[in-house]
Design a protein around this ligand. Structure first.
Ligand SMILES: O=C(O)C1=C[C@@H](OP(=O)(O)O)[C@@H](O)[C@H](O)C1
Ligand SMILES: C=C(OP(=O)(O)O)C(=O)O
Length: 430
């Protein structure tokens, strides 16, 4: 990708939220009746979820290229096994589906591709055993890892404590299935919870499908046995996907607006604009749109991204162009994402010639001139999407395995090319 010839001045459209799409798919599947999802993401992560649910007997009609889904729910009744389900590379599919599988007799085997087999599943496995399910894990890759076999005849529900300092998805997945458990769920989080905004996204989506979650304390969730109500659900644009275009405005000195995403979003990653503003960009967060304007000035910052861990790579590439060092902290958990994202960011920015200091929970980037480099992406869509931004300003940046963006944003590079469009006409003179 050649550097931009002039700063962008565009409005871009990003696809639906992966996180909301996969939550809504699970709840529509558990509901009794027919739901419609509008604006759904069409990508590998969501197709993994949809295909898995179809194996469980959920009817899914795809319209408008898969962006509108008509889902015929099971009402919590799962077919007997044996079934083998492939979560591919999707952490949400794995962590959200395991508790769903514990609602059926099974046996169900949940597996995934090698990078997903490396990611932790132990907190969900332990919680499901505590709730009465029979779970065999680690036959091939060690305890707490896929493939995992589930038999749910004994699942009662009730009380359980779940570590929340490694991933928020273990808690989210158990909550999503909770109303279908005979005794419901009384879940207490252990440790310093990470990615907290995703927990709010979970309870908000559950409410949209008719189930309320009580929160007696910030770390405790109580869900009574209940039935989800089939509904029409609108998926908002993906704030994580939007971040790359908003960051592009900040690091090129241009203007980028993303429609359909605004101040009311529950997605924690919308908060990336506060970091871009701290670095020197101008930000306009309206009800139904977000706009970032680069000012030509970028300051280094010291930020804790524990609530928006997927933004660590986005901020890292902006930091490469700042006028001082940037430290990202509070994101040790991203070592267990698609790849060890801390090690990957450090290695690839060093490959570009920057001095980067690795921390246990993040990194410190010293900005400087970038040399041409072929960026390794480690099966990680966010490595590809974030590091591609370097090429908007620096020559000779090549992204290895660009197709890995299909995990959540198949059209990413076509959308990124829109930054080369001629400036949008300004308002007519008075
Ligand atoms: O619940 C979700 O939809 C997600 C939660 C987060 O996972 P972690 O809590 O493991 O960071 C996030 O990184 C992921 O992209 C999506
Ligand atoms: C961590 C991510 O996804 P998941 O955990 O759902 O695979 C991500 O999209 O950055």
């Amino acid at each position: 990708m050649a550097p931009l010839e002039r700063p962008p001045d565009v409005t871009v459209t990003v696809p639906g939220s992966k996180s909301f799409t996969n939550r809504a798919l699970v709840l529509a599947a558990l509901a009794d009746g027919t739901s419609t999802l509008h604006g759904a993401l069409v990508a590998d992560d969501t197709e993994a979820m949809a295909a898995a649910l179809e194996q469980l007997g959920v009817g899914i009609e795809r319209h408008d290229g898969g962006r509108r889904l008509v889902v015929h729910g099971l009402g919590g009744r799962l077919p007997a096994g044996p079934l083998r389900i492939d979560a591919r590379l999707s952490g949400t599919t794995a962590r959200f589906l395991l508790p769903v599988l514990a609602l059926g007799s099974g046996p169900y085997v949940l597996d995934g591709r090698a990078p997903l087999r490396r990611r932790p599943m132990g907190p969900t496995v332990d919680a499901l055993r505590a709730l009465g399910a029979e779970v065999d894990d680690g036959a091939e890759t060690g305890p707490g890892h896929l493939p995992v076999t589930v038999r749910g005849l004994g699942t009662r529900g009730g009380a359980t404590a779940v570590p929340a300092d490694l991933s928020s998805q273990f808690v989210s997945g158990l909550l999503l299935a909770a109303p279908a458990m005979p005794e419901g769920l009384d879940l207490t989080m252990l440790g310093a919870a990470v990615s907290r905004p995703y927990l709010t996204m979970t309870t908000a989506t559950m409410a949209a499908f008719g189930v309320e979650v009580e929160r007696p304390s910030p770390d405790r969730f109580v869900v009574a046995p209940a039935s989800y109500r089939a509904t029409a659900y609108g998926v908002e644009p993906d704030a994580s996907a939007a971040s790359y275009f908003l960051a592009a405005a900040a690091l090129t000195g241009g203007r980028v607006r993303v429609a359909g995403l605004g101040a009311g979003s529950l997605q924690g990653d919308i908060r990336v604009v506060a970091v871009l503003e701290q670095m020197g960009a101008e930000v306009e967060l309206a009800d139904d749109s977000v706009e970032v304007r680069g000012t030509g000035q970028l300051r280094g910052v010291d930020v804790d991204l524990a609530d928006l861990p997927d933004m660590a790579q986005t901020i890292a590439v902006v930091a490469a162009f700042a006028d001082g060092p940037t430290t990202v902290r509070g994101v040790e958990l991203i070592r267990h994402h698609e790849t060890d994202r801390i090690a990957a960011v450090v290695a690839e920015l060093r490959r570009c010639g920057l001095t980067v200091h690795e921390r246990r929970d993040g990194f410190t980037i010293e900005p400087g001139p970038l040399r041409p480099a072929r960026i390794e992406t480690y099966d990680d869509h966010r490595m590809a999407m974030s590091f591609a931004l370097l090429g908007l300003r620096a020559p000779g940046i090549e992204i290895a395995d660009p197709g890995c963006v299909a995990k959540t944003f198949p059209d990413y590079f076509a959308t990124l090319d829109q930054l080369r469009r001629p400036a949008e006409p300004g308002p007519e003179p008075e």
